[in-house]
Design a protein around this ligand. Structure first.
Ligand code: NOJ
Length: 530
């Protein structure tokens, strides 16, 4: 497969660094901890790690409020440690993708501290400022995605500044050529250090309407998310001019050898809009598909999102799939309802669709959300909306490595930054020893993907199937089927044999024309002799 870009065939593994492995007993995961687990990740068979922000941050939004884009958050380590991580990962054939947050900085970033010092400050127009309305209120009706107005009055200089998230996260003004130049420098800084690419936060939304027009109200036809927002955010996100910036970054990434990749958090809930972020092959390499993440776990719904995505992206663009991340309930809870069989069906499709899979740490052992009491909350959203379940702490809890006090994440005496789930029920050590475990299932599936050309490059074609089943062909001879129901289903015209099944005792089973799947069962089949 010479000449194919690594990220097409590779599996990307998302790590939330605070929760992966603590090396210095402060209860918070760190870069040294990740280095210590690289052999595990090599064993699992992943190709790249995406780290949520490791840059310096006051943590108003857990790293997504950056106060220094070229420094490492001390609690995680330092620049030298980051360079060691890149080198050690590289030795094992693993690439490092970092997270970049260009939509906003921290309010404690030196640029913003300067910007709010006076209306004539050098960095004033690096942010979005506007005069109050005649009644003293905010300049327009935009609301923050975290609730409340998207504007905060800066008393000292008498103008409002924009923040699409927390007031501690002032939005940058992407109309400013200086902001564009500054970010080119940040990309280069990390690319020069061997980082394989960036996951770009809020990639769809960084440019704002120049005239700051009011957003129209949401209607009954809009998604529940927009209805809760109360408006369609068409002027404070997804402006057409964002594509100029994405093209600029792509051109920059392409100057490197090998070219660095751009993976965008394109938080749009329709596939057509998502597809636009690939441009003419000159914008993002990969645009996250949130329509898939938020689809119900039902065969027709998932198959429809995939069919539409295939249509919109065509042969030349490469899809990217994920089923969990640090902002949504984990797949074991959200789709699986705690049922291991459902989780395996979800992982089976994640790892066998055409496109790059992004696996969230812990999903490989079936980690569910961990309930978090009020006193343990860390996420600003969780605190703000308590007791509504809006917080994101449940999906960000520490990885259970072993069934010991501290779960092998931290020392027995240390206090983890978030509560650890039940390590007796699931942990890496126990599952690694058990060939029937979900961890071994995930690992074997990744290995199968690596050795099966069809599963890497093969086109996707949906096949007719009974209701509640979803069946597709990849390439010449690989068929994948999942039964998302409580009833047994029979899928005709599948010959050959089962390469790998969610019910592992069926691996290697010969098929004579029909594949029978029990409730919530799935299989990868090959028509070639097995
Ligand atoms: C998306 C990130 O994934 C999320 O965690 C963060 O709160 C917002 N962007 C704001 O940066």
């Amino acid at each position: 497969m010479a000449g194919r870009e690594w990220w097409r065939d590779g599996v990307i593994y998302q790590i939330y660094p605070r929760s992966f492995q603590d090396s210095n007993r402060d209860g918070i995961g760190d870069l040294a901890g990740i280095i210590g687990q690289l052999d595990y990740l090599g064993w699992l068979g992943i190709d790249a790690i995406w780290l949520t922000p490791i840059t310096v941050s006051p943590d108003a939004d857990m790293g997504y409020d950056v106060s220094d884009y070229c420094g490492v958050q001390p609690v995680f380590g330092d620049l030298e440690r980051a360079e060691t991580l890149i080198a050690e990962a590289d030795r094992r054939g693993i690439k490092i993708v970092l997270d970049i947050v260009p939509n906003h900085t921290s309010d404690r970033h030196p640029w913003f501290i300067d910007a709010r010092a006076s209306r004539r400050a050098r960095h004033r127009d690096w942010y979005v400022w506007a005069d109050p309305r005649s009644d003293g209120g905010p300049p327009n009706n935009w609301v923050s995605q975290f609730g409340g107005p998207a504007w905060t009055l800066d008393e000292r200089t008498g103008q409002y500044y924009l923040h699409n998230f927390l007031p501690e996260q002032p939005d940058l003004n992407w109309w400013s050529p200086d902001v564009r130049d500054a970010f080119d420098g940040i990309y280069r800084f990390w690319f020069d250090r061997g980082v394989a690419g960036f996951r770009i936060d809020v990639a769809h939304g960084i440019v704002k309407d120049r005239e700051l027009r009011d957003n129209p109200p949401a209607t009954a036809d809009d998604t529940p998310w927009l209805q809760r927002l109360g408006q369609r955010p068409i002027y404070n996100t997804e402006r057409p001019e964002v594509h100029d910036v994405l093209r600029r970054w792509r051109a920059l990434a392409d100057t490197y050898q090998p070219p660095r990749i751009l993976l965008g958090e394109t938080y749009v809930l329709d596939v057509r809009s998502m597809g636009r972020f690939y441009g003419q092959g000159d914008e993002l390499h990969l645009a996250f598909n949130f329509t898939y993440v938020h689809a119900p776990f039902q065969a027709p719904a998932l198959a429809e999102v995939v069919a539409e995505s295939e249509l919109v992206l065509g042969d030349h663009n490469w899809p990217v799939w994920t089923v969990s991340n640090h902002d949504v309930s984990r797949v074991m809870t959200r789709w699986g309802g705690g049922d291991e069989r459902k989780l395996r069906c979800a992982l089976l499709s994640l790892l066998t669709l055409r496109g790059t899979p992004v696996l969230y740490y812990g999903d490989e052992i079936g980690m569910p959300d961990t309930p978090i009491g009020k006193d343990a909350l860390q996420d600003p959203l969780g605190k703000r909306y308590w007791p509504q379940p809006r917080g994101r702490d449940p999906e960000r809890t520490p990885m259970p490595w072993r069934n010991t006090s501290g779960a092998g994440f931290t020392d027995a005496g240390a206090r983890p930054w978030l509560p650890i789930g039940d390590a007796a029920v699931r942990n890496v050590e126990d599952q690694r020893r058990d060939p029937a475990s979900t961890l071994c299932f995930t690992r074997d599936l990744i290995a199968l993907r690596r050795e099966t050309g069809d599963l890497q490059e093969g086109p996707y074609r949906q096949l007719p199937s009974p209701a509640d089943a979803w069946v597709w062909q990849r390439g010449r001879s690989t068929i994948v089927a999942v039964n998302l129901s409580d009833r047994q289903v029979r899928i005709p015209e599948v010959a050959g044999g089962i390469k790998l099944a969610t019910a592992r005792s069926r691996d290697g089973e010969r098929l004579t024309g029909t594949l029978t799947l029990g409730p919530w069962e799935g299989a990868v089949c090959s028509s070639e002799s097995i």
